[in-house]
Each structure stands twice: as C-alpha cells, then as structure tokens.
Design a protein around this ligand. Structure first.
Ligand code: 16G
Length: 240
C-alpha cells in the first residue's frame, strides 16, 4: 500500500491513502477513522508519522478531533464562487441545504466614521446594527454584522427581520440590488465569536467585508462577516 523506497515522505503517502479511502466512502462523513494505534499497525510506521498525517488532515479541514472520542471525517467545505452577488439564503438553497438564521442583536445606533462614510451618511444619521448567526442544515457557518441605513428601511424591526434580507429588500421593498465591493482576509476567531460559531479557540476564520449598492448608486448595507474556515472554500475562475 505504501512505498517505503519512494521519495514521497511516508506521512504524505498515509494522508493520500486516507483521502482515497474517504473518497471511496470507506470512511464516510461523520464516521470515525481507525485509532492511531490501529493505523500504526496498518501502515507499519511509527505513531509519530501517523500523528503527523492526521494533524495535517485536521488542519486541512478533512478530519476533526473530538476530545476523548476520536477522529472523524468532516463534511466537505462549502465551495463559494467569488462571482455573482448572491445572498446567504440563495447560496445555501442552491446547494440543497436549509438556511437558518439566529438574530442575536438588533439595535439602532449612530455608526462610527468608517461605516458612515461607506454608507454615505450625513452626520448623525442612524443605522440598524444587526448581528445574525447563519446556519446551514442547523450547523453554524458564519456570523454576520450588518449595518443598514434607517432612512432606507424605516419599517424594519426585530420582528420583521426573520428571513432573507435580500428578499425583503427586493420583494417587499421593491428596491433593486446592483453590485457590491468585497474585501477578504484571514484572522483568528475571538473567544465570544468562537462560542457563537461553535468552534474552538484558536481557530482560523475568513473575514469578509461587503459594501453593497442599489442600482441608483445608493449604498444599502455594510456587512462584516466571519466565516468558519473549516466550512468554507472560496473559489474564482481567472483568465489570462
Ligand atoms: C451574504 C452577504 C451579505 C448579505 C447576506 C444577505 C457575503 C460575504 N455577504 O451573506 O452581505 O447581507 O448574504 O443574506 O456574501 P440573506 O438575504 O440570506 O439575509
């Protein structure tokens, strides 16, 4: 199964072999993989080598460890194309997943200068500040902190903001969403966010900031999203 003469290090060969078994369905999503001791015997290598392969697969998001229980096969990451301006609800629905929402904050605030500038607000104009945990099939995927100008959505309230923001804007308010600009960077999760996203500290996250505009050029939202790096992969097609 493994080639001891190969120049490919043993831990990489083991990683590849475990990946093959996951792909073949021998180790399905959610199933436990054999223990370190069993793998040591199976591959006839040291425990250190097995541990290195497993750690790499955990870091790549293919496996996850649960204290005292073992190591399990993770669900494949959501592949999010970086084209087209879609909503979270649409993104999950096109993948056949059920989108979920938990509103954890809804406040009317005077925004700081950065948000006010991005939303092109005059001095003293207020925004709704909304924090939502976004779920796919009941699993937390992202935490979104959204700033919306009150003047654009005067009738918005904690009670009316239950489903998709974009369908509320387009269908109920009949406004036309046009485009957005986005920035993405890597970071480490903060403890309070880790709890909401049900991940450990430290964990990697992807921070995305989106400023979105209506067809008349009016900015209507600034959103700071925290995506679980173990659940997301962003992909883009590029041309030369
Ligand atoms: C996405 C958008 C966010 C938007 C939300 C609306 C990114 C990075 N962000 O999460 O800007 O507010 O969708 O989703 O894609 P909803 O219509 O399901 O509420």
């Amino acid at each position: 199964m493994l080639d001891k003469q190969s120049r490919v290090p043993m831990y990489i060969q083991i990683e590849d072999e475990l990946k093959r078994r996951m792909e073949k369905g021998e180790f399905p999503v959610g199933a436990a993989i054999p223990s370190e001791r069993e793998l040591t015997e199976l591959f006839n290598v040291s425990r250190m080598t097995v541990r290195q392969s497993i750690t790499n697969l955990v870091n790549d998001g293919l496996l996850y460890r649960e204290k005292g229980r073992g190591t399990f096969v993770a669900s494949p990451k959501v592949e999010q194309p970086l084209i087209g301006m879609t909503s979270f609800t649409e993104d999950m629905q096109t993948r056949g997943m059920v989108p979920g929402n938990k509103l954890i904050r809804f406040e009317t605030i005077t925004p700081g200068p950065d948000i006010a500038k991005e939303l092109q607000l005059e001095d003293g104009e207020k925004v709704f500040y909304v924090e939502r945990i976004r779920y796919a099939d009941d699993k937390p995927m992202a935490l979104e902190k959204t700033y919306l100008p009150v003047k654009l959505f005067p009738q918005l309230s904690q009670e009316t903001f239950t489903g998709s923001l974009y369908s509320l804007i387009e269908q109920e308010q009949q406004l036309k969403i046009s485009h957005a600009s986005q920035r993405m960077e890597a970071a480490l999760v903060k403890p309070e966010e880790a709890e909401l996203l049900q991940i450990q500290v430290p964990s990697a996250i992807l921070l995305i900031e989106r400023a979105s505009y209506l067809t008349n050029g009016q900015p209507f939202e600034v959103v700071r999203s925290i995506y679980r790096a173990d659940r997301y992969k962003f992909i883009s097609e590029i041309q030369r």
